[in-house]
Design a binder for this molecule. Structure first.
Ligand code: XMP
Length: 597
């Protein structure tokens, strides 16, 4: 069956996956392509979309498009950086704009142009750029402008090449989906792709890849691995599939027991269970740095899996390893040439990469986005309750239990002074905390301090201050709001190890917070809410951070807004459980990541 497909070329932008998702939402299959791809990668494509990116086309290391992409003859839509690159390469000029546009703008399209059919006279679009196209290449003409950007939309109609300075993929561009639909129509697409049809070709693909072999899958019990397990069972039959649930000691309260009960109830009897808490805690002994923790956990999964294979007397030549990796899982591990390593996901550690190279890993969900995996899960008959569970990272509580080798860490006096000046101007109290977390800024990884705010209890104002502080003080990548704290004493940095007692404490706190979300009917209103135990004490007691976010793909996120009176109730419960202070992360992604490590 011929499947129409559009390629989204990645120039390192935050929104590359969002573009690919938008195309699929409209019913056309899409794939993310490297900017260096060759002619063979373009076979069977109906069109190309060039993404935005963090570079200026004049940067020494700016990603260029391969000749195959520039001369493909396919209908092509360039967005932001992609638009500038096309104009430059076709003989136009790109210059630093007199005004740098960030945020909403009124776009005036030529409504007689097919790319803008159905658009309003002044359409609100999202801008984020310094450079802009100043002179058109031969054969191009202007098809839209904003007050600050004269060549905001350009076209070469005979070659079907189009360029937009703004980002139609973000929801703030109110008619972005209309533009994508028009472009896909210009590509000749018929909008027939749906997950339900895709499953059939997916099952064929699995059967082909696993011909003559059996598959072994690690089942955490989260949405991705459960859907992958159900799909493999359906494609290959239970006798050729074996699941292993490893209790790594980094699970949530009662989680392993719940997973096993669920699998039995659903009739999956080809699942083994192994308690490897001891192996994981041993591997994490003396490990403090986030990336090293991720590596230790990822590697231990593999040694425990190998031990299990051996004790089950399974011939490793006969068995392939399967994983529930989904499409965006790879990008933040630095899988595409132009993206930086933000975090190494557990299914992308070195040993797995070697097996992948040898073709010994099956990843049936690797082309799908989270909401597509959920749709597929529902089609496979997995209960809604499991499908709508919040995502939980592979390394589990391991990345929410922040560690610290030596007590008494302090913050650079210069950074503190700069933050204090900003806070004084706002009439607020706060401090830079002596801990660090991972973030993402300008498409790169950061590891920096959070700034604590003692007020305001006003989400809009808190939001603005959070953005201003992280934009102005580079050494700060997050802002947290104090929801409650025991009186007396300051926030003190303490030694903190990855050990059972701390994990048990975090597990209890996490359970209290999850029960709270459920009982207050807040669970379905957010994407997920990591609960983080940081290496600090207040009045001699541990400090907890809540990180509730709203998101659709986890590539970007906004901090969630929950009612203050309910959060006060939660603080009372946590205080009773021995927590010294409750902080609420008010950082968007970027500049913070969702998880703290
Ligand atoms: P970040 O922290 O990178 O998280 O903003 C984005 C989403 O990915 C989840 N996450 C992981 N999932 N293995 C996973 O399967 C991992 O190693 C991992 N690290 C983060 C995170 O919970 C969020 O939903």
């Amino acid at each position: 069956m011929h499947m129409e497909k559009v390629g989204v070329v990645d120039f390192g932008g935050q929104y590359t996956h969002l573009i690919a998702r938008r195309v699929r939402q409209l019913g056309v299959y899409s794939e993310v392509l490297s900017a260096q791809c060759g002619p063979e990668d373009l076979k069977g494509l109906s069109g190309l979309i060039f993404s935005g990116g963090p570079s200026s086309v004049y940067d020494a290391d700016a990603p260029m498009a391969s000749a195959a992409l520039l001369d493909s003859g396919l209908p092509t839509l360039g967005l932001c950086y992609g638009h500038q690159l096309i104009s430059l390469k076709k003989g136009g000029e790109v210059k630093r704009g007199t005004v740098h546009e960030f945020g909403p703008a009124d776009f005036h399209p030529d409504r007689s142009h097919p790319l803008f059919a159905g658009l309003s006279e002044a359409s609100i679009v999202w801008m984020s750029h310094g450079d802009e196209v100043k002179k058109l290449p031969d054969g191009f003409h202007r098809i839209g402008f904003t007050v600050d950007c004269d060549l905001a939309a350009v076209a070469n109609d005979s070659k079907r090449i189009y360029g937009l300075q703004f980002h139609p993929e973000v929801t703030h561009s109110e008619e972005g989906m209309v533009i994508f639909k028009n472009f896909l129509t210009l590509c000749g697409c018929r909008f027939t792709w749906k997950v339900a049809d895709y499953v059939i070709s997916l099952e064929d693909k699995i059967r082909k890849q696993c011909e003559g072999r059996k598959v072994f899958l690690l089942v955490s019990g989260g949405v991705d691995s459960t859907v992958a397990f159900a799909l493999l069972n359906r494609a290959l039959g239970p006798e050729r599939v074996l699941g292993l649930h490893i209790d790594n000691g980094l699970m949530r309260k009662n989680e392993s027991a719940d997973v096993i009960e669920f699998m039995n109830r659903e009739g999956f009897h080809n699942l083994k269970v192994r308690d490897a808490t001891g192996d994981f805690l041993k591997a994490l002994e003396g490990v403090y740095a986030p990336e090293q923790k991720r590596k230790a956990i990822g590697d231990t999964f593999l040694t425990v899996k190998d031990d299990a294979l051996e004790s089950l007397h399974l011939d490793s030549k006969e068995w392939l390893l399967a994983q529930g990796t989904i499409y965006p899982d790879t990008i933040e591990s630095g899988a595409t040439k132009n993206s930086a390593v933000i975090k190494t996901h557990h299914n992308r550690v070195g040993a797995i990469m070697e097996l992948l190279e040898l073709g010994l890993v099956v990843e049936p969900l690797a082309d799908l986005y989270k909401d597509e995996v959920r749709e597929l899960g529902l089609l496979l008959g997995i209960p809604e309750k499991l499908i709508w569970r919040h995502p939980f990272p592979g390394p589990g509580l391991g990345v929410r239990l922040l560690c610290n080798k030596e007590a008494g860490r302090t913050v650079d006096a210069g950074v503190t002074a700069r933050i204090q000046a900003q806070l004084a101007a706002e009439g607020l109290e706060g401090e830079v905390l002596p801990i660090e977390s991972v973030g993402v800024q300008g498409d790169s990884r950061t590891y920096a301090h959070p700034c604590l705010l003692k007020g305001p209890r006003d989400w809009d104002r808190a939001d603005k201050i959070s953005v201003a502080l992280t934009n102005r003080v580079r050494e700060v990548n997050r802002v947290v709001l104090e929801l409650g704290a025991l009186p007396g004493g300051s926030y003190k940095s303490v030694t903190a190890l990855c050990e059972k007692a701390r994990l048990d404490f975090l597990r209890e706190a996490d359970d209290i917070c999850t029960q709270f979300l459920m009982s207050e009917n807040l669970y379905s209103s957010i994407w997920q809410m990591p609960v983080v135990l940081v290496p600090m004490e207040k009045a001699g007691k541990p400090v907890i951070v809540l990180r509730p976010v709203v998101s659709s793909e986890a590539m970007t996120a906004r901090f969630a807004v929950l009612p203050f009176p309910l959060l006060d109730k939660l603080w009372e419960r946590l205080k009773a459980a021995g927590v010294g202070a409750l902080l609420y992360d008010i950082t968007h992604k970027p500049p913070g990541t969702i998880e703290w490590e």
